[in-house]
Every structure is written in C-alpha cells, then in structure tokens.
Design a protein around this ligand. Structure first.
Ligand code: KDG
Ligand code: MG
Length: 414
C-alpha cells in the first residue's frame, strides 16, 4: 500500500499571496492543492501545518472520501472558510495523486469530458462608459464570449471590482487585495460607497452596452453583496430588459431569504456562493429554486469531492455551475475547477481572470484558453507544476480586501 509520507505548506507571493499544500507519497508521487483564502492566508496555512498535516502521515492516499470525512467530521468544528479550504487542499492534492497514478487527466476519473471546453467569462470594467467599452472590445479581441460588466459610479472614487483605465490592448490586471502599509502596518484600504448612486447609474450602463455590442453577448454583473433585499429586487427588475446571464451576489451571502425577495420581483437569473463553503449553505436556495448558478470555488468549498456532490444536488433542480475564478484562486485551484467543469453535466460558465506572468512562472499550468473556452489539458493529474525554488523567492506580504464606508462614514454592509 502507498502511504502519505509528507504534507508541506508552501506560501508564495508572486504578485499576490498563495497557499499551496504539497502531498508526497511513499511512491514519490506528488499532489498539489490550493488553500488560498484571500487576506487570511496565514490562518489556513497554520490550520494545515499544525492540525492537518500531522494527521495525514501514513494514510493511504487512494482513500479520498474516507480522508475527507475523517478531516471534516474529525475536526468537530465543521464548516467555515478556513476549515473548508484546508479540507479542499487535501482533497484536491489526493485527486491529483490518484489521477497521476492512473496516468490520466483528472476529468477522466470524474466521468470524462461532457464538453469540448468550459465557457469562460472575463471581467471588463472602466471608470467611465467609454473606458468600459474599450475594455469590452479588448476582451472580445482576446476571444471571450461572455463578459462581466462593472463600472465606476459618478461621484464616487475607486469602486471595488473596477480596474483603473487601461490602454487598448493592455492586460486587465485588477487585483482585489491591496498592499497598503500605513505607519508600518498593513491595513485594508477604505473606499466610499453609495448604493443609491450605484442603483441610479447601472441600468443606463447596461443599456449603453447592449446598444453598442448588441443583444447576443452574454453579460454578467457582480453586486458584491452590497444591496439590501429591496434594493437588489429593484436592480434585478431594472436590468430585466438587458437579459443578463446573471446578477451575482446582489445581497449579503449569509441571508438566503433576501434572494427569495429578489425572486418575487424579477426574472433576472441570480448567482451566489463565492463566500459559501459547504453544500449546506445552498440547501434552501437550491430546494426552493432561489438561485440559478452556484458560485463556489473548489478551493473554498471542500475540494472536488464536496463540490461534485453540491453540483449534482443543484443539477436535480436545474441549477448550473458558475465557479468562482478570481486571481486569488491559485492556478492549482483553477485547474481543479476546470477538470470539474469539463466533467459535470450541469456546467454553466467559468469565471476566468488570467494570473500574472510572474504567477504563471511559479505555477506552470497545462490549461488553455482558446476561442472563449478553457480546457484543463491532457497531462496526468491536475496538470500544474510548482517551481518551489522560484516560489521561495516571493515572500508573503500582507494584502487585504478593501472596506467600504457610506458617505457619512458608516462601515457598509457588503
Ligand atoms: O477574494 C475576493 C475576490 O475573489 C472577489 O471579491 C472577487 O467578487 C469577485 C469575483 O466575482 O470574482
Ligand atoms: Mg463576485
């Protein structure tokens, strides 16, 4: 029997922070798992190093379900982003090992390919409508066939999810977590937010985009959990004429009843879940058909084993996948998502923000993006190698997501 010989945590920061679990078996097979939790990287690194890695030594790497249950139930403190990212990293590393041992790309072990590739959406944004149009054109030139639309709001400064304006052809490199040091301390940037101004502005932006780019282009929008239920219901209704592919995270994730209220008022498709971490978070939303897309990432929701169960469950209700794919999901996490995207029947769309060149030198990937579709590649396992020597050169640097305050200084609920 093969055994797990070591489980090491590798923290690297090639432009942004990533936490990777590397499991090595007694046969010398190496598996990788992503455990990056944006802005809380060291918490999950400690969870893995101090509480999970010692438990793994000597276990049979082939028994993935058993290891998943052992870690999930054995912790007693079930669920939560840190626990579930740690369990996910172990799970994905074990699937990587199993597929390498089989000499097959991971999707083959998940039932094989259900499609040629995973339809990806890119992030277009601009501080003005003109800049947004340039960004949309840039994405179309890159081959994207579905595009998320975010813009600045008149009267507000920097808005979360909106990159500074780019020159045509320039790479979109918006990074949500920022390195902001004040008097020697890393602190979150504080931004201004005004929901009323946003709600007045956004429908006109979609009208302009539809006018410029036509009725066929799938368009998405992320509300970043910033609206109250009745505000979200209003926006979903105001956006109906523009036939969105989805409206994402309209309301805070911890309040599933808010989605019921939006549903009562609108047929705009709804997506939520990037801050969820188990299938239990979706139970009511799925059985009561309050959402249309599951936004979880493999990295944050217990790995391939748990996500497969969640997506099969959602599929019974006609709900599709729309996995989270920002730059804070590492290339290892992105590869895991792509194998699952290819295999499941109820695939919807995959978010894709290309990692920086430096990140892709540290993590060498076999996945490809062609004609709007992502493909995980045919290398055995996940198809990602980590250059550890290079990784060691990029030291962890704290970076946080911004805080929003309303115009009177109140911390905004998002
Ligand atoms: O870590 C948080 C970011 O990944 C998230 O805010 C980005 O909303 C996001 C998205 O949809 O990619
Ligand atoms: Mg989002």
């Amino acid at each position: 029997m093969s055994r797990i010989d070591s489980a090491e945590v590798i923290i690297t920061s090639p432009g942004r922070n990533f936490v990777t679990l590397k499991i090595t078996t007694s046969d010398g097979v190496v598996g990788l798992g992503d455990a990056t939790v944006n802005g809380r990287e060291l918490a999950v690194a400690s969870y893995l190093t101090d509480h999970v890695a010692p438990l793994l030594i000597g276990r049979d790497p082939a028994n993935i379900e058993d290891t998943w249950q052992y870690l999930y139930r054995g912790a007693y403190w079930r669920r939560g982003p840190i626990t579930m990212a740690a369990v996910a990293a172990v799970d994905v590393a074990l699937w990587d090992i199993k597929a390498k041992v089989a000499g097959l790309p991971l999707y083959q072990l998940l039932g094989g390919a259900s499609r040629k590739g995973a339809l990806a959406y890119g992030h277009a944004s601009g501080t003005t409508t003109e800049a947004l149009f340039d960004s949309v054109r840039n994405h179309l030139d890159l081959g994207f066939r579905a595009i998320r639309i975010q813009t600045g709001v008149p009267g507000l400064g920097q808005v979360y999810g909106v990159a500074g304006d780019q020159r045509p052809g320039q790479r979109y490199d918006y990074e949500p977590a920022r390195r902001n040091v004040v008097a020697g301390r890393a602190l979150p940037v504080e931004e201004e937010w005004d929901t009323a101004a946003y709600l007045r502005h956004i429908p006109g932006v979609f009208e302009a985009v539809r006018h410029e780019f036509g009725p066929d282009l799938p368009l998405l929008h992320d509300g970043h959990h910033r609206m109250r239920p009745i505000e979200a219901a209003r926006l979903a209704r105001d956006l109906e004429p523009y036939r969105l592919f989805w409206l994402e995270d309209a309301t805070p994730g911890e309040d599933p009843d808010a989605l019921r209220l939006i549903r009562q008022h609108s047929t705009t498709p709804l997506a939520i879940g990037e801050v969820f971490n188990t299938a239990f978070d979706y139970q009511t939303l799925v059985t009561e058909r309050l959402i249309d897309f599951v936004r979880s990432a493999v990295t944050h929701t217990g790995g391939i084993t748990h996500m497969r169960k969640l997506l099969d469950f959602a599929g019974l209700y006609g709900i599709r996948s729309g996995m989270h794919g920002p730059t804070d999901v590492s290339p290892v996490g992105m590869a895991a998502a792509l194998h699952l995207d290819l295999a499941i029947h109820n695939f919807g769309i995959q978010e894709y923000m290309k990692h920086s060149d430096t990140t892709l030198e540290v993590f060498r990937t076999s996945y490809t993006f062609t004609d709007g579709l992502l493909h995980p590649g045919v290398n055995p396992g996940l198809g990602v190698d980590l250059d550890e020597d290079l990784a060691a050169r990029f030291e962890y640097t704290p970076a946080y997501l911004p805080i929003n305050r309303t115009l009177d200084g109140t911390v905004h609920d998002w």
